[in-house]
Design a protein around this ligand. Structure first.
Ligand SMILES: Cc1cc2nc3c(=O)[nH]c(=O)nc-3n(C[C@H](O)[C@H](O)[C@H](O)COP(=O)(O)OP(=O)(O)OC[C@H]3O[C@@H](n4cnc5c(N)ncnc54)[C@H](O)[C@@H]3O)c2cc1C
Ligand code: SF4
Length: 326
């Protein structure tokens, strides 16, 4: 690992100013992803700006929205009583991620910015456009069991590995960031991006911007929601496919629905066509299967990951069925 300096930020504004002065500096929160990347020389910043002392850990329940600080720990958000009551989908998704020890360190902002787990990205002997732009993609035509089935490009077929972000995408969250030009809000659906021909960029966050919080608007999905994660082990494994399903039911009638998938694209993948199809319909296995067929219409496998085409469809039906039966 390269030698680096570390400084403690005293406020969000000074954190941004400190970072702005450097050409190659990074924020560090829990460090559960960044330190691994530094140890493997995938990223080698000259300076780290430690943001752990900032007042960004609170969870505030305000009229019409809940605001979660970017430094709130994954485990604290998952176990918060009011989060569990109002947004069980978020609590379930967070609890499905990593291990208890990692969740105790990992923060909300860091979780959003964790890098892909594509094995070629972590292997500096292999080509990877995300790690070294224009060097090629090892996964296309290589080992691609974990890779994307939606929104991939000729440059990159990696997936975003977060569980939490799938729930936040389904819940129409909004991200607040502070940058050299002031603060701004980004809809969660626009926060992560597709790879196109610049896969080195995971998000629409500008250089030197600090995530300060995530807002979730009030909703009526608390009773009938579910996060289903399919993985190789029941703990400590990233999703092969996951589904966040949230229903607002009037008896058997679907008044509103939100659906998103994880493990299938470079960003949390909202299933908007399936949502439109389900709205106003009655809950049934047939309707859920039709919605899943619609959702998977554009999916494309790359060889090793072809199993995700069937798994994805079945997972959507299963997640909706469990959500409806609660
Ligand atoms: C073995 C293992 C298994 C895992 N399994 C899962 C899993 O199943 N599901 C899952 O979702 N995740 C999983 N994770 C990933 C884990 O959730 C992330 O590593 C963690 O959420 C990152 O948060 P952090 O605070 O430690 O981020 P850090 O490592 O500190 O930072 C990550 C990145 O975010 C940037 N950053 C951090 N905070 C901010 C901010 N507020 N504003 C701007 N930039 C910021 C940093 O500069 C860095 O680039 C796993 C991790 C490990 C090591
Ligand atoms: S899929 Fe993306 S991350 Fe994986 S090797 Fe190809 S370019 Fe790199």
């Amino acid at each position: 690992m390269k030698n680096f300096q570390i400084i403690k930020a005293l406020s969000a504004k000074t954190a941004v100013t400190n970072l702005s002065k450097e050409t190659d500096a990074k924020f560090i929160a829990g460090g559960t992803n960044l330190v691994d990347l530094m140890k493997k020389n995938i990223t080698a910043p000259d300076k780290l700006v430690d943001i752990n002392g900032l007042d960004l850990k609170k969870i505030e329940f305000l009229k019409g929205k809940t605001v979660i600080g970017a430094l709130a720990k994954n485990s604290d958000v998952a176990s918060d009583k009011t989060i569990k009551e109002n947004f069980p989908l978020l609590s379930l998704a967070l609890s499905a991620g990593a291990s208890q020890q990692i969740r105790n360190m990992a923060t909300v902002g860091g979780n959003m910015l964790q890098r892909t787990r594509c094995s070629y990205f972590y292997n500096t002997d292999m080509p990877c456009n995300k790690r070294v732009p224009k060097s090629g993609c090892g996964a296309i035509g290589g080992s691609n069991r974990m890779s994307a089935i939606f929104g991939a490009s000729e440059s990159c077929i990696a997936v975003h590995p977060s569980d939490m972000c799938v729930a936040l995408a389904a819940l129409d969250a909004v991200v607040t960031v502070e940058g050299p030009k002031g603060s701004r809000k980004i809809d969660f659906k626009d926060f992560h991006r597709l790879p196109g021909n610049t896969p080195e960029k995971d998000t629409t966050l500008e250089n030197k911007e600090l995530i300060t919080s995530v807002e979730i608007p009030e909703n009526h999905f608390a009773k009938n929601s579910h996060y289903l994660k399919i993985r190789d082990r029941t703990s400590y494994a990233f999703a092969l496919v996951s589904v966040a399903a949230a229903l607002d039911l009037n008896g058997k009638n679907i008044k509103e629905v939100r659906l998103a998938m994880g493990g299938v694209a470079h960003k949390p993948w909202r299933l908007t066509e399936a949502e439109k199809f389900l709205k106003g319909k009655e809950v049934s296995e047939t309707v859920f299967t039709q919605a899943a067929d619609l959702a998977m219409k554009e999916a494309k496998g790359y060889g090793d990951n072809n199993f995700k085409l069937t798994l994805g469809k079945n997972a959507i039906v299963e997640a909706l069925t469990i959500a409806a039966s609660k």
